[in-house]
Design a protein around this ligand. Structure first.
Ligand code: NFK
Ligand code: ZN
Ligand code: ZN
Length: 207
């Protein structure tokens, strides 16, 4: 069996979420201790909880929801890149040779903030998105909560992704993963009308 790295955040009540967004909630609705033959629960969560995929509908009212997007970009060979020394934005000059990979994941945190919400996270310059698109990249991902700065109102990186019909993963926990090439598997749930979906994201060692 090839080695697997789980790059999903654990879903739990104290999971930090985007300021003002819905907290993660999980409650038991049937309990074996109370005479039910099984345990069952209900969850409450934002579509942008933990490791998640943005749908084009998140940044364009007329674009596809998460149930309609092809799964192909979320599956296949990817490259994990070190962006820990980038400043506020990952610039083209910060990129390594990407050698024809269709998926690029950026590590920006020295240590992933599992217990606090960080406001000033590293985002991706729109020119970098254009550069990656011009080299055939179909999916960009990062450990931070957004490919744009959190204070952004113009969402230029998301707009560059829309223009180039790329896909986005955010909130990936990359601390344990050595830089390099892997197989990515990070499938969104088919939430009809959904602007995003949590994913179970893994990286698998290539043969
Ligand atoms: N744009 C962010 C998420 C985002 O904007 C957001 C996520 C959850 C709740 C509110 C959000 N934005 C509010 O202005 C993203 O990169 O997906
Ligand atoms: Zn998002
Ligand atoms: Zn986003």
């Amino acid at each position: 069996m090839s080695r697997i790295w789980d790059i999903s955040q654990r879903l739990r009540p104290d999971l930090p979420v985007w300021p003002g967004d819905t907290a993660f909630g999980h409650k038991r609705t049937w309990q074996m201790e109370e005479g039910s033959p099984v345990n069952v629960s209900a969850v409450t969560l934002s579509t942008h909880t933990g490791a998640h995929a943005d749908a084009p509908l998140h940044y364009s009212p007329v674009a596809s929801d998460i149930a309609s997007v092809s799964l192909e970009p979320y599956l296949g060979e990817c490259l994990v890149v070190d962006a820990r020394s980038s400043g506020a934005l990952i610039d083209v000059a910060d990129l390594p040779e990407i050698e024809g990979t269709e998926r690029v994941l950026f590590r920006t945190f020295d240590v992933f903030p599992h217990h606090v919400w960080e406001e000033d996270t590293t985002a991706i310059a729109p020119e970098t998105i254009e550069w990656l698109a011009s080299r055939g990249v179909k999916l960009v991902g990062l450990d931070g909560p957004s490919i744009d700065p959190q204070s952004s109102k113009d969402m230029l990186a998301h707009k560059a992704v829309l223009k180039n019909d790329m896909r986005i993963l955010e909130g990936l926990a990359l601390d344990e993963v050595p830089l390099g090439r892997y197989e990515l598997i990070a499938l969104p749930l088919p939430i009809v009308g959904g602007d995003a979906s949590p994913v179970r994201a893994i990286l698998r060692e290539l043969p």
